[in-house]
Design a protein around this ligand. Structure first.
Ligand SMILES: *Cc1c(COP(=O)(O)O)cnc(C)c1O
Length: 371
């Protein structure tokens, strides 16, 4: 079967007419950014959608992470326990805040930070924990809260993969001191580029508002070393349009994830994601499969590429192994993270992915796995 390029994801879009209609007023008002009316409307709508007490929109998920960490006023040089099995942004956000990442291993079942190994890494320099709800698998939020409270640590969740998910009926953004979302074009829900910080402490709203606007408090008063992380009105409008499709898109993703599970069930040498975990409502953002060894993972990846199927080795290499961090941080006791990053492959998954393309992809995976 000759196929067009199949990428790991494909951005969902509202109808052209709907978007054009929505942006029309901007030609009258000429208010294009700087916390406009659509920015405010989207903040309100997302607070409801994500079921979080407070929310601050940002220009992207990375700046949301950076500013969320900055807003917590952690002492410079402090240690932050985090996972190396994530997108590089998570680690960069810690380092760019002049904090030191301390990498903790992950669990082999859901790839989130191993909360039982976390406590051993706490020293008197530890100031915070940055776990990641990787692939939408929600961390052990209860145990992490308990450990953090006992040691007086802040908890910053990277929830960039977990838009719209809930745990025990509570929005995923309600856990930790802050939770950070990405609305990048490749994510389950997007504003082209965008992100948000969710939190319960109302005082953080003003702090983040200030930090995303250069730290400017008034015309002649700058109180913080802020950045420019404001979401513009075009992005906010894309976000408002995409909110009307999000539930349907997640339902379409679910159907496709279930088809993958059906077609790849019981294939020897392949472990599938478990969407059946108790108390979690998934968004089906990713379909990560785990191979028995690196060789078979790489063989399938290479051969699929030749057939125009572009899977991704998320997350290989580990962030701790990035060139820019070489020799700087300890890679000790990261056995699970290392093994999984060498054996994992994320298969294409998006709402418009045709069933016959999924059959084509799974057929190819099985063929190259057996070869
Ligand atoms: C996408 C992503 C980010 C960064 O978000 P951007 O909106 O692309 O800046 C951070 N962490 C994780 C886990 C992500 O997947």
């Amino acid at each position: 079967m000759k196929t067009d390029k199949i990428l790991v994801t494909r951005s969902s879009m509202p109808s052209y007419e709907e978007f054009i209609e929505m942006i029309k007023p901007l030609w009258e008002t000429r208010w294009l950014t700087n916390m406009g009316v659509y920015h405010e409307e989207l903040e309100n709508r997302l607070r409801e959608k994500l079921e979080v007490p407070c929310l601050s929109l940002m220009v992207n998920g990375h700046m949301a992470l950076e500013l969320a960490i900055q807003a917590l006023n952690l002492p410079e040089g402090g240690e932050v326990i985090t996972t190396p099995f994530t997108f590089i942004s998570t680690t960069h956000a810690i380092v760019r805040n002049r904090l030191n990442p301390v990498f903790c291993d992950i669990k082999p079942d859901d790839y989130t930070i191993d909360e039982e190994k976390l406590e051993e890494l706490i020293t008197d320099r530890t100031v915070a924990v940055v776990p990641v709800h990787v692939y939408g698998n929600i961390c052990n939020v209860e145990r992490i809260r308990e450990i953090a409270d006992r040691h007086g640590l802040k908890v910053i969740y990277d929830a960039c993969h977990a838009f719209g998910e809930s745990y025990k009926g509570q929005g995923v953004g309600c856990f930790g001191d802050v939770s950070v979302f990405s609305f990048h074009a490749t994510k389950v829900y997007h504003t082209m580029e965008g992100g948000a910080v969710a939190f319960a402490d109302e005082k953080l709203y003003e702090k983040l508002y200030n930090l995303k606007n250069f730290g400017i408090q008034g015309e002649e008063l700058v109180t913080d070393v802020g950045a420019n992380a404001k979401m513009n009105e075009f992005a906010a409008i894309m976000g408002l349009c995409n909110l009307s499709n999000i539930d349907q898109n997640i339902a379409l993703r679910k159907e496709r994830a279930e088809l993958y599970c059906k077609l790849l069930n019981h294939v020897p040498g392949l472990k599938l994601p478990d969407f059946g975990r108790q108390n979690i409502s998934y968004n089906y953002g990713y379909f990560p499969v785990l191979f028995a060894d690196r060789e078979s993972r790489d063989r399938v990846y290479d051969n699929l590429r030749k057939e125009n199927i572009y899977t991704r080795k998320y997350f290989y290499p580990l962030t701790a192994e990035a060139e820019c961090y070489r020799g700087k941080y300890s890679l000790a006791n990261l056995q699970n993270a290392k093994q999984i990053s060498e054996r994992v492959l994320v298969l294409p998954l998006y709402p418009e992915l045709d069933y016959d393309v999924i059959e084509h992809i799974t057929g190819a995976v099985k063929r190259y796995l057996a070869s």
